[in-house]
Every structure is written in C-alpha cells, then in structure tokens.
Design a binder for this molecule. Structure first.
Ligand SMILES: [Ca+2]
Length: 273
C-alpha cells in the first residue's frame, strides 16, 4: 500500500502506516499522534498523555501554489483554533517564555481541550483567520514584512462573496503599529483526488491552481471585499471536485509604524441579512 487507509474505522486492527508515506513535516507527527490515540482508544487503558498540536511547523510547501501552480498535499485540521500551522508558510511566535508543555503521565481527561502551550504557539496562527473575532490575527513570522508569505483559508464557500479584515483589528493602535497587506495575489486551487480522512482532520492530495488574480487592498481597519477570480457556476457545482481552497500571497504592505509584522484578522463569506 502506498497510502494510509482505514482511518474512519478507529478500532480497525488493520490500520497501518506505510514507512514510505512522507507528507510535509508536521503531518508525520500528526499521523503518529492520531495513531497513538486510535490505538489507545482501542485498548481499555486510559490515555496517559495526550499528543500535542502546537503550531511549530509552518508549511513551506504552500509557496508552490504560486511558484508552480500546484500543491502535493494539504492537511486541514479544522477551520479555526490550534493546530493549523499547516495553513501558512510562517507564523510569528509570541515573545516571552512559553508555558510548560506538561509532565509525562499527566492526566488529561479532556483530550480535545487545548493546552496552554498549544494556545501559546498558535496565538498568531492561521486558526485566527476564521474564528469570527477581528481581535485575533494570523501574523507572518519572517524577518521583515513577510512579503511572499502564503496562507490558505480552508472553510469558505468560494461561489459566494468573500470579505477580508486585513491588519490587526484588535485596536486602532495595533492596526497602525503592525503592517497590513496592500497588494495580494489570490489563487483558487482544487483537487479531485479522494480525501484522506484522519482522526483529526482531512488530507487533500494533488491540488492544482485553477485561477489566480491580484487585488490592491484598502488600508482599512474593517471588512472589505475580497475579489475572487471569476469561475463559472458549473465549476462550483462540479461534483468531481473533492476540495476547493483559497490561497493568498502577500506582495506588498502598508508598513506598520512600530513593527514590521504583517497581519490578517479575518477572511469570511459575506454574511447574509
Ligand atoms: Ca480573527
């Protein structure tokens, strides 16, 4: 076998992990974590320690979306919250000392509860782009203004209008202090490959860019329209497409008055009245 199968049946004793299976770096950790959880749940023993999903491995393969028009794999853990480091090419790490990661054997009764360490590492991750809160933002983690950095927004209906809150919307001052995207490149990419279901999310394979566009954003601390590349209605009703995503690349910025870090607070479908 050259793929991981059987993940939907969590107590399937035939679950196997092919050693040749080598997705982008953090995926291996997550598959291992999922496998540990599956095996633990399938036994009668309580899980002594939960595997973490901190935001420590941004996904540099996302550069390929705009450089080559393709992406071999995309793992989508969810729409918001922790564990979404695979949706951006970089993430700013908070300053200061990180919380303790927890002791070996610590009793974690709620396996789905985020730990302080996870939350700390994910404070500026792409999980903030769809949490409905303009006071939280994805912040790129490169030196300088993050020109060329890429994010994917997984949970959008691309057949409907989309809007963006660029910059750090937490306050008027923080908006001005940090950089805001100015010119951006936008791509719609999709796949018709079978979705790989795992305990913690879905993996999409062999994604291709179907259309790209550019937009110059206003320097506005609020929602503004994001103009998607035009595709036909037939495209959006094509049932052969198993995954369809929006990617954004930062081309230029309105410089922050205090820090260079470039932020985006929200990307969402326009809410209907
Ligand atoms: Ca947010």
């Amino acid at each position: 076998m050259n793929t991981v199968t059987g993940w939907q049946d969590t107590c399937d004793s035939n679950v196997e992990l092919d050693s040749r299976y080598n997705p982008y770096p953090n995926m291996q950790t997550r598959i291992s974590a999922a496998l540990v959880l599956i095996l633990s749940l399938c036994s009668s023993e309580a899980l002594a320690q939960r595997d973490l999903f901190p935001c420590e491995n941004p996904n540099e393969e996302l550069y390929n979306i705009f450089e080559n028009g393709s992406l071999e794999r995309l793992y989508v853990h969810g729409c918001q919250g922790v564990g979404l480091d695979g949706l951006s090419t970089s993430i700013l790490m908070p300053s200061g000392t990180p919380p303790n990661q927890g002791d070996e054997g610590e009793d974690n009764e709620d396996l789905l509860q985020d730990t302080p360490y996870e939350s700390w590492t994910c404070r500026y991750s792409a999980g903030n782009l769809q949490d409905g809160d303009p006071a939280t933002a994805w912040v790129e983690g490169k030196d300088g203004q993050g020109l060329g950095e890429v994010i994917i927004i997984p949970c959008l209906d691309l057949s409907q209008p989309v809007e963006i809150w660029s910059g750090y919307g937490k306050s008027k001052n923080l908006f001005q202090f940090n950089s805001r995207p100015k010119e951006i490149e936008i791509a719609i990419l999709d796949t018709n490959s079978q979705i790989m279901y795992t305990q913690y999310g879905n993996e999409y394979l062999n994604l291709k860019v179907v259309k790209k566009g550019r937009q110059t954003l206003e320097d506005l601390n609020g929602y503004q329209s994001l103009y998607l590349p035009t595709l036909t209605d037939e495209y959006y009703t094509d049932e052969n497409i198993t995954g369809r995503f929006l990617a954004i690349k930062i081309l230029s910025v309105y410089p922050g008055s205090k820090w260079e870090d470039t932020c985006i607070s929200e990307v969402r479908n326009v809410e209907k009245d």
